[in-house]
Every structure is written in structure tokens, then in C-alpha cells.
Write a protein that binds this ligand. Structure first.
Ligand code: ZN
Length: 303
């Protein structure tokens, strides 16, 4: 594998080796069996790291309540990434009009109405409402593997509209939550470097919308609320974020009425492994054929 970085060549290589399957929309390709095998094996390594942490395991669908998106003020920060779900609420006559518009190749979105669900934009969002009330003494820890949606169609293969995140959410006192986040930042780096990936951690910011968003990003960086682990996949200068570690302070605790055992507003943190991006980092670093990967990497993934 040459050490140059070319998003198009990398995408074409993934397709040529049957690792991803184009579906005609940028950022929404299918995944082949070998791609999925690597993804599941990496996810298993994460589970092994978390084995003794006592996390509750939740599974959520790829949609969440629109109410949650509104409560966390997602549209103030990330209106450009939102995926609201619209459906048809009309009667017979409107249905005919809708079909006619579609058949004529005309726009038809205005004949739909907003539903109560939206595509889930962050793997951890569905869990916070379930924490409302008083936490047990040691706080809570949840593990999830969720599909998330971001409206950012791109030909660049690591920028997907829909992807999976292996996510953990911790709620408790600020000390509990921060110690846990720092532990995982170390664990994440060790795990990725053990797979031969040139991973490094950086203070980071979320892609807030607009001019006001630039200020939010500066403040987020100053307070070191977000760290990412990055690996070069499509660019040497701008490595791809493959894990993120986020301290939300009391944001979700206050929004959803989550309290610690001693009655204070709870702090929360989450961390997520971007599973497709990690798999792509492995293919970029070690080549498109896992049979030819370095022996020590193969031993980790296929023990
Ligand atoms: Zn999260």
C-alpha cells in the first residue's frame, strides 16, 4: 500500500476489493463480508477491554424521539447535519397528487409532514432520557452499538451519512466521569496502536454551525471538553477522527433531570469508536487484503 493519501483512489480500492458496495448515494455504501468481519472483530476487542467495567448493554433503533433532538438544542448547533423524518399524512386525493408529482419527476417534499422521530445523530442521545431521576451511588455506565446519521454527503469515504459507533456513556459526579474518560482515552490509544495504527490524541471541537459556532468551538477546546484519537486515512495533514471522548459537564444532567445519589445535577461523558472509520484506517495502513496484514495485527483480530 503506497503511503500517499488520495480519497478517490482509496474509495475505488475499497470498492475493487469488495469491501464496500456503492448504492448511488455518497456516504451511504453497503459493506462486504470481509469489511464486516474486521468491524465485528474490532468491536469484540473493545468489549474485552470493557469486560470488568460492569456496563449495562442497551440497543436502540437508528431513530430517536424528535423531542430529544429539540430538548438538547441540536438544531441550534448542528442544523446542517439534522435528519428529520417526514411522512405522508394525507387522504386519497393528496396521495394521487403525491404519486403524480413523483411520476412527473417534480419535487414532492412539501406534500409530506414531519413525524415524531428523527434519525439519531449521536450514538449516546437516546440514553440520557432513560437516566432521568436519581443515579445509584456509583453512577451509571451504558454500552451501545448504534447507527447514527449525519447529513453530510461526501465522496470522501470516511465521511459517511450513516455509520456505526460503539459508544459508552458514563453518568455520575464530575470526578467519576472524568476519571473514566481519561482511562478510556489511554485504553483507546493503546488498543489502536496495538493494531499497528499510527494513532494520536488531540483536543478537538464539534462542527458547530455558522459564525457563532466558531466561538463555541474555541470555548470547547479551551475547556478541553472533547478529545479525539486520530489516524491518517485520506490525508496526512488532516488525520481522520476515529474515536471521540466528550465531557458534557451538566448539560444532559440538567436537560433530563439526572441527579447523583447526593442530590446534585449529574455530569455525563461519552466516548465512541467510529467503527467504519477504524476499519478503513486498518485497510489504509495495512492494505486491502487482511490475509497480508502483519502477523501481530492478525493475531489480535483473529486470535
Ligand atoms: Zn456521545
Amino acid at each position: 500500500m503506497p503511503a500517499d493519501y488520495d480519497p478517490k483512489a482509496f474509495y475505488d480500492g475499497l470498492v475493487r476489493h469488495g469491501l464496500i458496495v456503492p448504492v448511488g448515494v455518497p456516504g451511504a455504501f453497503g459493506r462486504g463480508a470481509v469489511f464486516e468481519d474486521v468491524l465485528e472483530r474490532f468491536n469484540t476487542l473493545v468489549s474485552q477491554l470493557a469486560r470488568d467495567d460492569g456496563a449495562e448493554v442497551f440497543t436502540f433503533p437508528p431513530v430517536i424521539s424528535r423531542d430529544v433532538l429539540e430538548k438538547v438544542k441540536y438544531l441550534e448547533s448542528f442544523p446542517h447535519q439534522c435528519g428529520a423524518i417526514y411522512s405522508f399524512f394525507g387522504k386519497e386525493a393528496q396521495a394521487k397528487a403525491l404519486a403524480a408529482r413523483v411520476n412527473e419527476g417534480k419535487p414532492w417534499g412539501d406534500l409530506l409532514g414531519i413525524t415524531d422521530v428523527v434519525m439519531n445523530p449521536a450514538a449516546c442521545y437516546p440514553v440520557y432520557p432513560s437516566f432521568s431521576g436519581t443515579l445509584p451511588e456509583g453512577g451509571r455506565l451504558v454500552s451501545m452499538l448504534n447507527w447514527v446519521y449525519r447529513h453530510e454527503p461526501s465522496a470522501e469515504p470516511t465521511r459517511m451519512q450513516s455509520f456505526r459507533v460503539r459508544e459508552f456513556v458514563r453518568a455520575g459526579t464530575p470526578q467519576q466521569v472524568l476519571a473514566w474518560r481519561d482511562l478510556w482515552l489511554q485504553r483507546g490509544l493503546v488498543l489502536l496502536t496495538s493494531l499497528g495504527l499510527p494513532a494520536r490524541s488531540e483536543v478537538a471541537a464539534d462542527p458547530f454551525f455558522g459564525r457563532g459556532g466558531k466561538l463555541l468551538a474555541v470555548s470547547q477546546k479551551e475547556q478541553q471538553l472533547k478529545f479525539e484519537v486520530q489516524v491518517p486515512v485520506v490525508s496526512a495533514e488532516e488525520p481522520t477522527a476515529v474515536c471521540s471522548f466528550n465531557f458534557h459537564q451538566e448539560h444532559f444532567g440538567a436537560t433530563f433531570g439526572i441527579r447523583t445519589a447526593d442530590g446534585r445535577t449529574a455530569s455525563t461523558a461519552c466516548l465512541g469508536f467510529g467503527l467504519e472509520r477504524i476499519v478503513m484506517a486498518l485497510f489504509k495502513t495495512h492494505g486491502f487484503e487482511p490475509g497480508k496484514w502483519p502477523a501481530e495485527v492478525r493475531r489480535r483480530l483473529w486470535p
